[in-house]
Write a protein that binds this ligand. Structure first.
Ligand code: HEM
Length: 393
């Protein structure tokens, strides 16, 4: 039966630059407006609360990714059929190739080199004392691990940092940055087809496995290219933003740093809390395959839904005092990595990196002092572009 309840409507612009720079007050207004809110400027519906974000992500039959998880027809079309932008059975065939290489067991061999790299980097930064926590710490640390897992050639590795942000930005609606995001996609495609072409990848790496799956007839060549593209873009900026956010949060909450120094076994819990309160991925979308009822409001089939991970992670209905950074909270059910069949396939790698880096920092740093943070402007990511930092050992 169609519902007679009128849905709450909002003219909030989820992708205005002011919103991207300071999203949390806007998220809070949307959560107050209702569990599902019609966004009049976007021809889409927002899911700003934890309960509905979690429900939508777990119900991929109603909330499909096959028409893309962004808001712009252009990039949705380019990404269509890729791992992020597909439903089972296609999604299952693509995902299994990535997940095999990213399970904790598969990452075990990488562990010691991540620890060594973290210690070496922190030693260097501690000697210097002053640095930028984005470029000198997070960006200096993360890209090599994604590159090693894929088996990328050394040549051209500096370039891979450029790809992630533009893919995530391109997932937002068309705007003045769209031409740059399309250029970014073209550069990524060019890189995957030339510098990181099949015959240039290290044997046994994830990239080589992707092409073996083509030979085995499990996926086609187009799927192989989109898998490489997804992997290269999804694992970089997300992790970088989370590491820089950790430094900022611990600088702003020295009591929490002291608590972590007193009990380093809280490192995994602390990283969960960083991801909850400073979720790098703010929003992706789904399209309903059938009508969906939510608290008396009926959403029709074919509706584009904004699934608001970062807002869900600050929902006061779910979390006690959600604005408070508390490393003893242990929010294992935060939605910063998503949940359901599309839940982040790289989360074990992100955790491995973050835990190693926090451990190395704990061994050296008594206090972080920070200057004025600068923020990225990106349609689906939130976080720092610059964070002047001094460490007191
Ligand atoms: C802190 C770091 C990270 C965050 C916050 C993050 C966040 C996310 C989120 C929210 C999703 C769900 C997308 C959806 O619901 O449609 C996702 C999926 C994905 N992530 Fe991550 N991610 C991180 C690190 C990584 C890393 C390190 C890699 C690769 C090495 C990676 C690769 C992927 C891929 C390939 C998917 C698509 C999975 C699928 O559609 O089945 N991510 N990530």
């Amino acid at each position: 039966m169609p519902s007679t309840t009128l849905p709450p409507t909002s003219d909030i612009d989820l992708f205005a630059t002011e919103t991207l720079l300071d999203p949390y007050p806007v998220f809070s207004r949307l959560r107050s407006a209702g569990p599902v809110v019609r966004l009049s400027r976007l021809d889409a519906w927002a899911l700003p609360r934890y309960e509905q974000v979690s429900a939508a992500l777990r119900d991929h039959e109603t909330f499909s990714s096959a028409s893309g998880v962004g808001f712009a027809a252009g990039l949705n079309k380019i990404m269509a059929g890729g791992v992020l932008a597909s439903d089972p059975p296609r999604h299952t065939a693509l995902r299994v190739i990535l997940s095999r290489m990213l399970m904790p067991r598969a990452l075990r061999d990488l562990g010691p080199s991540v620890t060594d790299a973290a210690e070496e980097l922190v030693d260097r930064l501690a000697t210097h004392g002053e640095f930028d926590a984005v470029s000198d710490l997070a960006e200096a640390f993360t890209p090599r691990f994604v590159a090693d897992i894929i088996g990328l050639p050394q040549e051209g590795r500096a370039q891979i940092l450029e790809f992630g942000a533009s893919t995530f930005d391109g997932l937002g609606p068309s705007n003045e940055r769209t031409p740059a995001t399309i250029q970014g996609q073209q550069a990524l495609l060019h890189y995957v087809s030339t510098t990181a072409a099949r015959d240039r990848l290290t044997e046994g790496g994830l990239g080589a496995r992707v092409w073996e799956a083509v030979d085995a007839g499990d996926i086609d060549e187009h799927a192989a290219v989109t898998l490489m593209m997804a992997f290269l873009s999804a694992g970089m900026d997300t992790t970088i933003l989370s590491l820089a956010a950790a430094v900022r949060l611990f600088a702003e909450h020295p009591d929490q740093w002291d608590a972590l120094r007193a009990d380093p076994s809280l490192i995994p819990a602390a990283y969960l809390e960083v991801l909850r309160i400073a979720s790098p991925v703010t929003v992706f979308s789904r399209v309903t395959t059938r009508s969906w009822e939510c608290e008396g409001v009926t959403i029709p089939a074919g509706a584009r839904m904004a699934v608001m991970y970062a807002s869900a992670n600050r929902d006061e209905r779910k979390w006690v005092d959600p604005e408070r950074f508390d490393i003893t909270r242990k929010p294992a059910d935060h939605l910063g990595f998503g949940v359901g069949i599309h839940a982040c396939v790289g989360q074990n790698l992100a955790k491995l990196e973050a835990h190693a880096l926090l451990e190395a920092l704990l061994a050296k740093v008594r206090r972080f002092e920070i200057g004025k943070p600068e923020l990225i402007v990106n349609s689906t990511l939130h976080g720092l572009s610059r964070l002047p930092c001094r460490i007191i050992t």
